[in-house]
Write a protein that binds this ligand. Structure first.
Ligand SMILES: [Cu+2]
Length: 500
């Protein structure tokens, strides 16, 4: 039972929205074509929604949950006017986008939070194609979880990749509900700070019953975004053949048939799926511990026209991506420049006991904590008893004391080391590590070379694992480096880099 030990106090956003009758219902996502030079409004608002018959307050950009799907051509620049209509200070962070530093939306680093009633105008440039997303960079554990997220779809400047019958953007999320209402959030900081807030209600594009209708033989390109606080998803379409074609920032060197796609918080994946039989395919999250149906795809008897089945059969090599990455290969075997340890100090017993109770619990062979194995302890975890840390190997500096100094043009090899229990971590688990404002290649997992490269902004470092990345330093300014588990971030698991 989740949250059995917590009180029923209302979160701030719930008390202000006590009169739900005055609120509008959350609307479904609209696709907005944003032209180069256009100006749009993107206002965080308070709306209501119900999943189990009981209405509750939710946040939503322009009243939509998820927020509008902004579709824009690679290389464009557009303006986003934000008026904060919620009860909390907020910002908008353009996740994975190599835009101008002052528009990164990183509260406390690139801007002051936008106070309730206040405004801020962002200029967004999109040099890279891919499925990006936007969300607040203030109390993500609450604001993002309560509905503030949307996709930014940057379509490639050049010829489209392999043709498909249709394209769908899916935002995956989970909400922690109790008796039909969201479990209240920590008043001044994130609770569930140990493992993050695992939800018990799965949402695809804001719906607990996602459904899509296609024709027999249709190839559908799904761009998946994990908008959950902490849950790692492992996705498949119940037996439909699936080909992984891209990740955070565009296509991979090589297309690859896969049985499932693993996606940690804030990561994206693009897959082509062939629905070759009429009937119903389940859209499933399957981990070693659980199998949850997230939605369904119903396939009619009508045959797909045109048919892209033969192109789907090919695992194409993207020569343009390979050529782009060629310029970086000389750096792959260079010595490691920086090493960052991921670790936690925990003491739930007020000094009487030892955090060791939490050690090594609930993480499977694959190094992923798929579910909350200790909900009572997790719910009570705050900064007072739990401190997540990035630690720089060379200086010993921790979290915001870390400020790397890089220069535009640097190719920086960074080793991310997930400290083991024997290295002093009180609860080793996976961390999705995100670098703002730059892009990187994942070179190796546990010393094993990655043979299919793709540009990324977030990488999952499983328990006990070591991951090497090559950071392509191109974008000047002060940028955050942090864990994208919302509760770990709120807890302090972040550092920064200054690029000159
Ligand atoms: Cu983390």
């Amino acid at each position: 039972m989740h949250g059995g030990t917590m009180n029923d106090a209302q979160s701030p956003q719930q008390s202000i929205a006590a009169d739900l009758s005055a609120l509008s219902e959350a609307q479904a996502t609209q696709i907005v074509d944003v032209d180069n030079g256009a100006t749009i409004d993107l206002n965080p608002q308070i709306v209501k929604k119900s999943l189990d018959g009981k209405p509750f307050a939710l946040y939503a950009y322009n009243g939509q949950f998820p927020g509008p799907l902004l579709k824009v051509k690679q290389g464009s620049t557009f303006t986003v006017r934000v008026r904060n209509d919620i009860d909390q200070p907020t910002t908008v962070h353009w996740h994975g986008v190599r835009l101008q530093n002052k528009f990164d939306g990183a509260a406390g680093i690139t801007q002051k939070p936008i106070e309730p009633g206040g405004s801020f105008t962002y200029t967004v440039t999109v040099p890279d194609s891919g499925m990006f997303w936007y969300h607040p960079h203030v109390r993500e554990d609450m604001q993002q979880d309560m509905g503030l997220y949307g996709n930014l779809w940057v379509t490639p400047r050049d010829a489209a990749p392999t043709p498909v019958n249709r394209e769908e953007a899916l935002m995956l999320d989970d909400l922690l509900m109790r008796r039909g209402l969201p479990v209240p959030y920590g008043e001044t900081e994130a609770d569930f700070a140990l493992m993050g807030r695992f939800g018990n209600t799965m949402l695809v594009n804001g719906s607990a019953a996602y459904a899509l209708n296609v024709r027999r033989g249709d190839v559908v390109r799904f761009s998946l975004t994990n908008a959950a606080n902490t849950r790692t998803f492992n996705i498949h379409f119940g037996g439909a053949r699936m080909k992984l074609i891209g990740s955070d920032a565009g296509r991979s060197e090589r297309e690859e048939f896969v049985d499932a796609v693993r996606l940690s918080p804030s990561e994206r994946a693009t897959v082509d799926v062939l629905f070759d039989k009429s009937g119903t395919y389940k859209f499933v999250h399957e981990s070693p511990e659980t199998r949850i149906t997230l939605g369904s795809v119903t396939v009619s008897d009508e045959a797909a026209s045109p048919s892209y089945a033969s192109a789907f059969d090919e695992e194409s090599r993207n020569t343009d991506v390979v050529a782009d990455i060629d310029a970086y290969r000389a750096f792959f075997d260079a010595p490691v420049d920086e090493m960052i340890h991921l670790t936690v100090k925990q003491d739930m017993m007020g000094g009487m006991g030892h955090g060791g109770m939490a050690m090594d619990h609930g993480v499977g062979e694959d190094g992923i904590e798929w579910e909350d194995s200790m909900p009572m302890m997790n719910a009570m975890a705050t900064k007072a008893n739990t401190q997540w840390k990035l630690v720089d190997e060379r200086s010993g500096k921790e979290n915001m004391d870390i400020r790397y100094a890089f220069t535009r043009g640097d190719k920086v090899k960074i080793r991310l080391v997930n400290d083991r229990a024997e290295d002093g971590s009180d609860h080793p688990m996976q961390h999705p590590i995100h670098f703002h404002g730059q892009r990187f290649l994942v070179l190796a997992f546990n010393g094993k070379r990655n043979e299919n490269l793709v540009w990324k902004d977030t990488v999952l470092v499983p328990k006990d694992a070591t991951v090497d990345i090559l950071l392509d330093v191109t974008n000047p300014g002060d940028w955050m480096i942090h864990c994208h588990i919302a509760e770990h971030l709120s807890n302090g698991m972040m550092g920064s880099m200054r690029v000159k």
